[in-house]
Design a protein around this ligand. Sequence first.
Ligand code: G3H
Ligand code: ZN
Length: 311
Amino acid sequence: MPLVTTKEMFKKAYEGKYAIGAFNANNVDTIKAILAAAEEVKSPVIIALSSGALSFVGEEYIPGVVEVLKKATVPVALHLDHGKKVELCKRCVDLGFTSVMIDASSEEFNKNIEITKEVVDYAHAHGVVVESELGAIAGIEEDVQVDDKYGHFTHPDDVVEFATKTGIDSLAIAIGTAHGAYKFKPGTKPQLRFDILEECEQKLPGFPLVLHGSSSVPKSSLDLLNQYGGKMPEAIGIPEPMLNEASKHAVCKINVGTDLQVAYTGAVRKSLAEHPENPDMRKFSQAGMDAIKALVEDKMKNVFCSAGKAE
Ligand code: G3H
Ligand code: ZN
């Protein structure tokens, strides 16, 4: 099964009412664990590298990663996550990524269109697909003064013009998810604006939407990490039933980063604490990779429902 774009994956996911997980990798270990999970449960998968992750891995290693992913037994897309600069997106296209995200969401609407279109023109000429973002996917929301019911979320009235003028292949929308472990104020109930999702979906029928900031930060993961010396305060993530619900709508791609970090670090801490005599770095690395593999398999099987969809 070759390294693919997300085009076909999203078409099938849209029609089948499930979603593809885009899991953030930070090193080759993470890539191996994510891929192993996808192959185990026979799910299509998106391996996402942010610009920070790309620098950490080293761009010179990417051609090797691309060669490995080409031999995967399930459809895999290699995706640039939150590319802030046109040049970076173009470089990733040249490196063999099959999907890039241009994130010019902090620019005003027309500038966002202009920047996104430049990436789309280049990527499409090279057979690569593009995701862009409209609206503000923030951290814990500040007390923003808003002028209408959409506030700083994606305005459904904008999505058709944005998708048409840019030519993008998928659109990240802001409906209340947020990046990192601390998505909602302590003591508050997690909420997503499904009304906005439904409006966007009606305006753009058949078009794949994307959710960022979708870690659920399970208490068991956080407890394990803290049991072995971590000091992470309690966190409120996106409840898994909400992600499952979104996957039945037009959401075809769900991004998860923080959950992998918490799972990996907790398992590494535990392994180091339980084997203080053992300096072999493969021991604790393997524990972290096993934790990521289990987490990704669980999301694919029980939350995104993409398990068994690799054909
Ligand atoms: O682009 C990456 C994702 O939006 C990850 O967000 O760390 O909150 O899961 P998360
Ligand atoms: Zn994101």
